[in-house]
Design a protein around this ligand. Structure first.
Ligand SMILES: C[C@H](OP(=O)(O)OC[C@@H](O)[C@@H](O)[C@@H](O)Cn1c2nc(=O)[nH]c(=O)c-2cc2ccc(O)cc21)C(=O)N[C@@H](CCC(=O)N[C@@H](CCC(=O)O)C(=O)O)C(=O)O
Length: 144
């Protein structure tokens, strides 16, 4: 069931612009970062109830995706982390395809497997983890 509510664009201009280009082109433009594929994760704001959209690096395996709450290795989680924890029903756009997903945080061996996939897709993730004491959370998004 697609998320409904008022969309609140990101206060970060580069993020807002990427979402705008991605969506207005039907997922044919604005779909990369430095030549690497990006997806759009839509979450429900845990406080505002508004629709939030966060581009993330595309980490996919057999129709399942990872959402890596890296925030470039910042000491704190991205805010969308709290949205997903409170409301795991999310939407994912991968190029022209949008689908409803359910998110679950992974730990242990499953996290290690997805972390390997994430670093293979975007090696900077390994640098981000080295930069911070915070253990970067990984969510797996399973199709509904
Ligand atoms: C700036 C902040 O964004 P954030 O949710 O912390 O997410 C920060 C970033 O992770 C997010 O911008 C990502 O899209 C950045 N980003 C990546 N971020 C990542 O963490 N991982 C990635 O792989 C990644 C890739 C990527 C690729 C392209 C690109 O353009 C951006 C990319 C934000 O939107 N803050 C809002 C609030 C957002 C929100 O969800 N509020 C909740 C309240 C939540 C609460 O307060 O608990 C609500 O509405 O209820 C604000 O300050 O008004």
């Amino acid at each position: 069931m697609p998320l409904t509510g008022e969309y609140e664009p990101s206060p970060a201009e580069w993020v807002r612009k990427q979402v705008e280009e991605y969506e207005s082109s039907g997922g044919t433009r604005g779909t990369e970062l430095r030549g690497v594929p990006v997806i759009i994760l839509t979450t429900l704001g845990v406080k505002s109830g508004k629709i939030r959209k966060s581009p993330l690096m595309r980490v996919e395996h057999e129709g399942h995706y990872a959402a890596v709450a890296s925030l470039g290795g910042a000491p704190n989680h991205p805010v969308w982390f709290h949205n997903i924890v409170a409301h795991p029903q999310v939407e994912l756009q991968d190029g022209p395809i949008r689908q409803d997903m359910v998110a679950r945080e992974v730990t242990g061996a499953e996290k290690a497997l997805w972390w390997e996939r994430a670093v293979a897709a975007w090696p900077d993730y390994a640098d981000y983890q080295k930069k911070t004491e915070r253990e970067i959370p990984v969510f797996v998004l399973d199709p509904v």
